[in-house]
Design a protein around this ligand. Structure first.
Ligand SMILES: Cc1cc2nc3c(=O)[nH]c(=O)nc-3n(C[C@H](O)[C@H](O)[C@H](O)COP(=O)(O)OP(=O)(O)OC[C@H]3O[C@@H](n4cnc5c(N)ncnc54)[C@H](O)[C@@H]3O)c2cc1C
Length: 472
């Protein structure tokens, strides 16, 4: 695809659309050249436009479409697959200034927001009204526009589902500059193809989301967490189906190995997870949260859960029932990625999802690759939904040596995941980094359908080129 470069006249026209919010050359912040996984490539845009309204975005898209200028939408840039990186140059369209919570409809349990509102802002604001926005991805300073565009998952997906399940309606600017409204706040619909659902998870390749109406639920009155140590990873993972068979319905159910817990606790500067209980070393842990509205009911759940896990081989059950203990346990869990990044020179990551019953054999296979590829492997994940975060790391190799090994590792991981009935990404998306793996996993016909859909929305292929299904 032949794109045009931004001429001084076009930059002037952009400046007329977004006065004082168009940046070029050395005024472009270096952070805009990458997301949180720079290994998938850095690229500086020709211009950054920090948009302030739907109408501005529509005008930018119209101008760029007419002149074949690539446009890459960007929220907070916390993505992990290179999705918001402007690999063809052009315009980086940043939404973080569109950060207003516009209105609540408390009776219908919805909130309408601009796309640049941060997850953390909505979480705090809705909690102050006794409401909960259930999706809870680890990075709280991502934008809601980014969360919807990647269909972000997170810790509470096991009970409440992913971001997709909480999007009622949205306003979208198409690559042509047309403004459309999708969905509404009704409770059910069978009204033609769901373009709303097509937009969710489309990673800024079909349109720019400029307003969102999201579903909320009443805030549960009580939550309690358990830290459950195991002598090995196999027995730890084998317990997971038992939670569901006993109707225990956890809000979050995470697994983690000893190594990652130790480095994360060192990173946050606090030890919460026990290392040795009655002479038995803990090698793996489950961190579980239950929620409800009645303390007695929750006590009964804790009692049953303790019985179930101890029978399944857990060494002990620690109840995190004070706000401080709960906060410290989850702070350690939430810092896994930062902890790995802090003590690793080079890393690549994937977030495959496999059926829950396949987690243990899959992890065994992944660990066996450590020797084959000569890279350190670290993993943790959402045990309740089979979504695993797997890292291959090196502190010794140079990038030129690391990259082919990481590719070999990732290829083997994705082949195995597909074989076990899994999928390439549970929550981070495809972006730039996972395009070849998506193609292999879903096959030619599915890829062709995705490419054709892309062309219907974006006939000039200007929006976020090189991502998801559109190879350059
Ligand atoms: C420490 C850490 C922990 C994380 N934990 C999780 C987790 O638990 N679960 C999870 O799912 N992810 C997680 N992530 C990944 C990341 O936070 C999510 O992918 C998030 O949804 C990205 O939001 P963002 O605002 O940063 O978007 P960006 O990174 O800016 O963009 C992501 C994608 O969305 C597109 N986009 C952004 N805004 C719009 C818009 N308004 N319209 C159209 N397209 C748009 C971009 O083009 C890009 O393709 C984590 C990341 C980090 C660094």
């Amino acid at each position: 695809m032949n794109y045009q470069t931004l001429s001084p006249e076009l930059i002037q026209q952009l400046s007329a659309i977004a006065p004082g919010r168009v940046f070029t050359g050395s005024d472009i912040n270096e952070d805009y050249a990458h997301d949180e996984m720079p290994i998938y490539g850095k690229s500086v845009p020709e211009a950054v436009v920090e948009a302030a309204s739907t109408e501005e975005i529509a005008a930018v898209m119209k101008l760029c479409n007419e002149n074949r200028i690539p446009v890459t939408p960007r929220g907070a840039g916390t993505g992990l697959v290179g999705g918001a990186v402007p690999i063809c140059g052009g315009v980086l369209l940043v939404t973080t200034r569109m950060n207003q919570i516009l209105s609540y409809d408390v009776e219908n349990f919805t909130v309408t927001v601009q796309p640049g509102v941060l997850l953390n802002t909505l979480a705090e604001d809705s909690a102050s009204k006794g409401l909960l926005y259930p999706p809870d991805p680890g990075e709280k300073f991502a934008t809601l526009g980014g969360n919807v565009s990647t269909n972000a998952g997170g810790m509470r997906a096991v009970k409440y589902g992913c971001t997709r399940d909480y999007v009622k309606a949205m306003t979208v600017v198409l690559p042509t500059g047309e403004i459309i409204h999708l969905g509404s706040s009704v409770s059910k619909t069978s009204s033609g193809y769901s373009l709303l659902n097509l937009m969710i998870g489309s990673e800024g390749t079909l349109g720019v989301i400029t307003e969102l109406t999201l579903k909320l639920i009443p805030q549960p009155k009580e939550t309690i967490s358990l830290i459950i140590p195991y002598p090995d990873m196999e027995s730890c993972i084998a317990t997971v189906p038992a939670f569901f068979m006993h109707h225990l319905n956890p809000q979050a159910l995470e697994f983690m190995g000893k190594d990652i817990v130790i480095s994360s606790e060192a990173y946050v500067g606090k030890q919460v997870f026990p290392r040795k209980i009655d002479g038995v070393e803990a090698e793996a842990y489950l961190l579980v949260t239950f929620d409800g509205n009645d303390a007695d009911e929750l006590d009964a759940v804790i009692e049953k859960a303790s019985e179930v896990v101890l029978e399944a081989g857990a060494i002990d059950v620690l109840v995190a029932d004070t706000p401080a203990l709960k906060r410290d346990a989850w702070a350690a869990r939430s810092s896994f990625l930062e902890a790995i990044m802090a003590d690793t020179k080079l890393l690549d990551e994937c977030d495959v999802v496999v059926p829950v019953t396949q987690i243990a054999p899959f992890l065994g296979y992944v660990e066996s690759l450590e020797e084959t590829v000569g890279l350190k492997v670290r993993s943790f994940g959402h045990a309740g939904d089979g979504n695993l975060h797997i890292y291959c790391c090196s502190n010794d190799l140079e990038e030129a040596e690391f990259l082919p090994r990481a590719e070999k590792f990732m290829e083997a991981v994705y082949i195995k995941a597909t074989e076990l009935g899994g999928q390439v990404s549970g929550e981070h998306g495809i972006g730039r980094g996972k395009v070849p793996f998506l193609a292999k996993s879903v096959g030619d016909v599915n890829m062709r359908l995705m490419e054709e859909i892309k062309k219907v929305f974006d006939p000039n292929l200007i929006l976020n080129p090189g991502k998801v299904c559109y190879k350059l």
